[in-house]
Each structure stands twice: as structure tokens, then as C-alpha cells.
Design a protein around this ligand. Sequence first.
Ligand code: C2E
Ligand code: MG
Ligand code: MG
Ligand code: MG
Length: 284
Amino acid sequence: AKLNGKNRYTVYSEELDGDQAKQSEEMVRNLQAAIELDQIEVYYQPKINASTEDIMGFEALVRWEHPELGIISPGLFIPLAEQSELIFPIGLLVIEKACRALKQWQEQFKLPLTMSVNLSPIQLNDKDLIKKINRIIEETAVYPKHLDFEITESEKFKSVKDALLMFKKIVNLGCTLSIDDFGTGHSTLDYLRKIPAKTLKIDQVFVKNIGLSPDDEAILDATIDMAKRVGHFIVAEGVETEEQRQYLTSKGCDYFQGYLFSRPVPASEIDRILTDREKILKKN
Ligand code: C2E
Ligand code: MG
Ligand code: MG
Ligand code: MG
């Protein structure tokens, strides 16, 4: 069955050849089992305040901890989850684990940390999404203002109008929105105008090309300038070098995320990072 747009099929589509369909079906069964066996884990990558260089929050990034294959990255199974509707349970599982972890770190370390969770465009088709997010907020007792959702503009939206309505409802809960991967894919200036987002995340491609491509630098500079003028915070993703950090700081970037500071790591590793941070502060 065709969903919408091109190249979007359910895994049982007759338009896949027999072998492919069988393989996908098996993968979906494995993924379903992974959820039941609690193999879906959440890793966290710190977001750094550019001026204080301190941790301001985290992005939650899902991982499949496969007993034989090791850690499977979301790029490999999120598309499958989106085609098979497993994105609904997985998406909620990530929000819930991330909120629990956030609450624990806030209380243990007495910090006003934030948590960003990626939201799949397919999750917007869940009529009860707002109710479910609200239930998680209540159960975990996080402040909605500390919970941020990273969204992308996508050809996967059933309707842009409905997506925008859903985004407004998320903001009405008190949560914030970040526009992810800005400058690539389907992100447009029209989208930037219409979405009630507080933050814009510049795609890694532009960060990667600092010092390498004057054209990409020009696009980066203009994007930061524009975002600031419309009152958005700017997060630069994929910051890997000191040179990139300095460049982005000089352009007025607000927050950083990248291997220069930390890779995405399990919750236990964040505990350690925050504990070390506390020790260093006490010494000074
Ligand atoms: P994203 O939201 O744009 O996440 C940023 C990706 O960049 C992450 O890949 C992160 O590990 C990677 N990254 C961070 N810093 C650096 C760096 O300095 N250098 C390089 N080369 N890469 C860096 P990851 O974790 O593999 O996630 C890939 C994508 O999968 C995410 O892109 C997001 O679109 C999606 N995703 C991850 N978790 C979830 C989730 O819980 N739900 C949904 N719907 N999508 C998710
Ligand atoms: Mg993201
Ligand atoms: Mg991104
Ligand atoms: Mg991405």
C-alpha cells in the first residue's frame, strides 16, 4: 500500500520484491522484539553554552543495543520504525526515559538543565500525542519548559497545516521547539516564519565546511544573522574542532553540540561527567 509521496511504502507493499519484503518483515519483527526486551536505549549528548562553556542540557539520541550486532544507530532503524508504526512506541519510550533522566540530573546536581528529544514527522499522526506527552510530563514531574522537541520540515508530513497545529499544541503545553538540520533537506524560510520555535540548529554540513568552503561559510554567517534577527537561539551541531568553535563563537552562536565536547553517551556516563563538573567547581 502506498502511503503518501514517493518512495514511501508500508513494509508489506507488493511493490517491493519478495525477498526485500521478507527481509523488512523480519527486521520489523526483530525491532518489535527489541522493544519488548528493553534493548532500545537512550544516549545523551551535552549541549554547551558558548559563553560560559558549561553544560546547559542534552539531546536524547536513541540506540538499539543488539546483543549480537552491538549498538545500532538510529539512521539504520528509525526509517524502518517509521514505516512500520513502531515509531509510536519507540518515540514515547525515548521521551519517557529522557524525562526521567533529566529530572534525576536536575535534582541531583541542582541545575536547570534542558532535554531535547527528536520528534519524527510520523509521530504527528498520533491523535493522542499531546495527551501522551502531557502524561509523561506529569508522571516524571519535569517542567515542560525544560523539555524541547527537535523537529524537521519533512515530505513525510501528511499535511503541513496539521503539523503546524500539532507544533502549536506542543508549545501550549509549555515545551519548546527547535528546528533541526536547518539548511538541508526540506527546511525553508517559510517554515521558519510559521513554526513557533525558539531555537534553530544549524546542520553539521555547514560546520564541517568552516575553513574549507567560503560559500558554506557565507551561508552559515547569513543563517546565524537571520536567526538572531528573528529572535531565535542558535545551536551548532557537529562541532569537532577548536577552529570551528572559535569561528562559531565569533559569529554569535549560542550553543554547541559535538564531539569536541562529548559524543552521545549512556546515562551513566552523563552522571560521571556531571559529578566531575561538580568536583572541579568545588575546588575553585
Ligand atoms: P540529529 O537529530 O540531527 O542528531 C545529530 C546527529 O549527529 C547524531 O547522530 C549525533 O550522534 C551526531 N553527532 C553529534 N555530534 C557530532 C560530531 O561532532 N560529529 C559528527 N560527525 N556527528 C555528530 P545519531 O545519534 O546517529 O542520530 C542520527 C539521527 O537519527 C538524528 O539526527 C535524528 O534525526 C535521528 N534520531 C536519533 N534519535 C532519535 C529519536 O529518538 N527519535 C527520532 N524520531 N529520531 C531520532
Ligand atoms: Mg536532533
Ligand atoms: Mg541535526
Ligand atoms: Mg540529522
